[in-house]
Design a protein around this ligand. Structure first.
Ligand SMILES: Cc1ncc(C[n+]2csc(CCOP(=O)(O)OP(=O)(O)O)c2C)c(N)n1
Ligand SMILES: [Mg+2]
Length: 801
């Protein structure tokens, strides 16, 4: 290798370059070792950042305190470089170490390469994000980091341009923070990527996207992914010029240290100072070990390509460049490489030791107890073999001890010996601990949990003036915007006209365009905009115009927002409120109520289904005091129905998980929600005329569902239950049925079979007849409940038809 000394000036000091070289080598060693660990069976799967090291070091130099990252699984070197990941923590995640001290990103819940910083303390309150370098938590679906990135950057715009937010210096310093996104070249084919890029161009926000272009997406080369095989070429129309806003787009090679450092400085400066989105297309990157541990790239890359990758390896190139410039002798780089190997290995060993120790403790007690059982039991042979199997397990994990102890307890089931009791206690303790390890933090567990908000009843004046339901909401939103400058609402048609049903009418004029804002038609990034802004401590109300269009956003709600608290084990939160309207209007795409789909895909987000706008307003007030994310589905046909405005419109709250009895009755309990409440109440009135007394219960919130188990109390009285909604058969009605009959043990009190009354299997047909014959109507409810009663007492209820 040549060591020609030149006079070329370094862009950084030599020591900094060597420091960078060292980090690149350490990160590479971590990748190489990581793959070996998987092949040795010590970890299940591995995906690594080899080949992307130098660009990430350059990016890290432009990443300042208060900045945010939203990236993907290749970014280990960046995380090392900003000081937010140690090699030991990196391996702890590879092994799935369930302690947040060991794996702060996910507490062992996520595959390796899913990075995150802990933004919250143990109480669920913000650590100082402006003092830290922050990373939002990665998710696996490719490009799904992009919608959130829009919101992380958008928050800076709000902090800079909203006067009332100037005081929130613990959250932002005048919006100086840049949101850095990273994405692989192949993933830029996803719709979410294009939607996010367009949104950022429109919004003009400090967002810096890096595309790590290694020309492959697993085995598939670039010509299958990208028009012209080149994403920056495709995006050239987004480039800003003197006349028009847009992006500043840069291209650079992933092995060119000097150019990378310069490029990132330039790009970050543009984004930070001008609030203009920038895009850095980092080309000619490599994957020395191929995509992941699932395969080998020799299967699909040509010999020429593999050779090219070796020659263009960014660390090889950095080494050449250092030597060509005569910064140091080769020997010094050799030493750095040797040292890096040692450092990575030591960190790996320490992570393994800590991981094993965390597991061994429970295993040790299990083995001791099994030994005691063996001594005390008449089945000592069987117990001995269970114990020695456990002792002989190579790299045991938690489930090995659980399986062994449970097996032993089966053997001991008829023996009354002290060890049996101790083993039972062991199982109970471990079950509790494993629940905490693997199932905690699905929702907020902080003191601001939505379930802990104080209930404040609505109060009414003597004057019982009735207004349109939408005006109740309008008064509620007015109060919320006045009360808290962190609250802002946005969505399609939300700004100028105050949403299609005018619950924000006049509020943009009153609070300005940034507090009540129109957006493009882009449901997925509306949600992303909300997630990112909520992550940064703001209180967004993101609107999806109709429930039917939530489908465009269901993936990001499901994969990102719903998993956020869970996947960080309480390390991050995004208390986003999603407002939408549905249940009852007309036609296939304006009257859906796909509640089963929603309930089953977004556990982790509360789902609120108020029957009227007063209940909805109370929910908004509750949520704005809490740090949980929630979806509120208003009734499409309720905005013009008359309601009274409580005098404490900004303060009263409706609790989550508390059903309300709308009508008391003796014969049958009807469990329902949303627009169906009115249909059911009508039917109940008509049934009463036939002598059938219905108790009607509005569940009010589907998630959480009746936390106090009040519905079963009604069934104890009526001994019959009906679940009614507008979803397809087996949808949310089945969900409610499972909750009440299984969880609340309602089955014990039934004298008749439980029934569900639902919409048809197809989407609802158009116009009033379409609605009538597609969704449950009063007559159908009447008939079904009459038939239920007739079955029990045919004499009293003769056949009608
Ligand atoms: C939505 C989705 N589809 C498919 C996958 C499976 N998958 C994981 S990585 C990957 C390739 C991504 O390639 P690229 O974006 O170029 O990133 P690279 O791994 O090359 O850095 C695929 C298809 C996924 N994780 N998410
Ligand atoms: Mg790629």
């Amino acid at each position: 290798m040549s060591t020609i000394k030149t006079v070329k000036k370094p862009s950084s000091k030599v020591s900094e370059i060597l420091q960078d070289y060292k980090l690149a080598c350490e990160s590479r060693e971590a990748s190489l070792l990581g793959r070996k660990e998987v092949f040795m069976g010590k970890a299940k799967f591995g995906i690594f950042g080899d080949g992307k090291e130098v660009a990430q070091i350059a990016m890290a130099k432009a990443f300042k305190k208060g900045d945010f990252r939203s990236g993907y699984y290749r970014d280990q070197t960046f995380m090392f470089a900003i000081g937010e990941l140690t090699i030991q923590e990196y391996f702890a995640q590879l092994y799935a170490h369930t302690d947040i001290e060991a794996d702060p990103a996910s507490g062992g819940r996520l595959m390796n390469g899913h990075f995150a910083t802990r933004m919250l303390n143990e109480e669920g309150e913000y650590n100082s994000v402006v003092e830290n370098r922050n990373s939002s938590s990665d998710i696996s679906p490719t490009a799904a980091q992009m919608p959130r990135l829009v919101g992380l950057a958008y928050a800076s715009k709000l902090f800079r341009q909203t006067k009332e937010l100037k005081g929130f210096e613990e959250l932002s310093i005048n919006g100086n923070e840049v949101a850095f996104g990273t994405i692989g070249n192949a993933s830029t084919s996803e719709g979410m990527f294009f939607e996010a890029v367009n949104a950022a161009g429109v919004l003009q926000i400090p967002m810096l996207i890096s595309i790590w272009d290694d020309e492959y997406g697993i085995s598939v080369p670039k010509e299958y992914h990208t028009t012209k095989g080149n994403i920056s070429k495709v995006l050239a129309g987004f480039q800003r010029d003197n006349e028009e806003n847009g992006f500043e787009i840069f291209t650079v090679c992933g092995w060119d240290y000097e150019d990378l450092v310069k490029t990132y400085q330039k790009a970050a400066k543009v984004s930070r100072e001008e609030h203009v989105p920038t895009l850095v297309h980092v080309q000619e990157m490599t994957q020395p070990q191929g995509h992941s541990t699932s395969g080998s790239h020799e299967r699909y890359k040509s010999k020429e390509r593999l050779l090219w990758e070796q020659e263009h390896d960014c660390i090889v190139k950095l080494r050449e460049w250092i030597l060509e410039n005569g910064y140091v002798e080769a020997e010094e780089l050799d030493n750095i490489e040797d040292q890096a190997r040692k450092t990575a290995k030591e960190a790996k060993n320490a992570a393994w030791k800590a991981f094993m120790a965390s597991i061994k403790e429970d295993e040790r007690t299990a083995i001791d107890l099994l030994e005691q059982a063996q001594e005390q039991s008449s089945h000592s042979g069987a117990l001995k073999s269970i114990k020695s199997n456990l002792e002989g397990t190579l790299n045991p994990i938690r489930m090995d001890s659980v399986k062994a102890v449970k097996k032993a307890l089966r053997v001991l089931k008829s023996e009354d010996i002290p060890a049996r009791k101790q083993l039972q206690d062991w199982v109970r303790r471990i079950e509790k601990e494993n629940f905490e390890r693997f199932s905690s933090h699905l929702y907020s567990e902080s003191s601001q949990s939505a379930l802990l908000v104080d209930v404040v009843e609505p109060e009414y004046d003597e004057d019982i003036k009735l207004v349109d339901g939408r005006e109740v909401l309008q008064a509620c939103f007015d109060a919320a915007l006045a009360r808290d400058p962190r609250v802002f609402a946005f969505g399609e048609d939300v700004g100028k006209i105050g949403d299609v049903n005018q619950a924000f009418a006049g509020l943009q004029d009153k609070y300005g365009e940034l507090r009540v804002t129109d957006t493009g038609i882009r449901e997925c990034t509306i949600i992303g905009q909300g997630i990112g802004a909520a992550l940064r401590g703001l209180r967004p109300i993101a609107e999806i115009q109709y429930l039917d269009y939530l489908l465009y956003a269901i993936q990001i709600l499901s994969d990102d927002l719903a998993t956020l608290q869970y996947r960080t084990k309480g390390g991050q939160k995004a208390p986003l409120i999603i407002r939408t309207r549905g249940h009852r209007l007309e036609g296939v795409w304006h009257s859906g109520s796909p509640m089963g789909m929603i309930l089953n895909s977004i556990r982790g987000i509360y789902v609120l289904v108020p029957r009227n706008m007063t209940q909805a307003a109370g929910f908004y007030n509750t949520l704005l005091q809490s740090d949980d994310a929630a979806l509120i589905i208003e009734c499409l046909n309720g905005y013009r129905l008359k309601e009274r405005v409580p005098v404490n419109i900004g303060e009263f709250t409706v609790p989550l998980g508390k059903p309300e009895v709308l009508r008391e009755g003796e014969d049958v309990t009807i469990v329902t929600y949303g627009s169906m409440c009115r249909v059911i109440m009508d039917a109940a009135e008509q049934l009463q005329e036939e002598g059938i007394s219905c108790e009607v219960i509005d569940v009010q919130t589907l998630l959480p569902f009746d936390t106090g188990h009040s519905i079963v109390e009604s069934i104890k009285k009526t001994n019959r239950v009906v679940f009614a909604d507008e979803d397809v058969p087996g949808g949310a009605s089945a969900f409610m049925l499972q909750k009440v009959l299984e969880e609340q043990e309602g089955y014990r009190y039934l004298d008749s079979k439980p029934i569900t009354i639902t919409g048809k299997e197809h989407r609802p047909a158009y116009a009033s007849d379409g609605d009538y014959f597609s969704k449950p109507n009063t007559e159908e409810v009447f008939d079904k409940i009459y038939a239920l009663m007739a079955e029990a007492n045919p004499g009293k209820y003769p056949d009608i038809y």
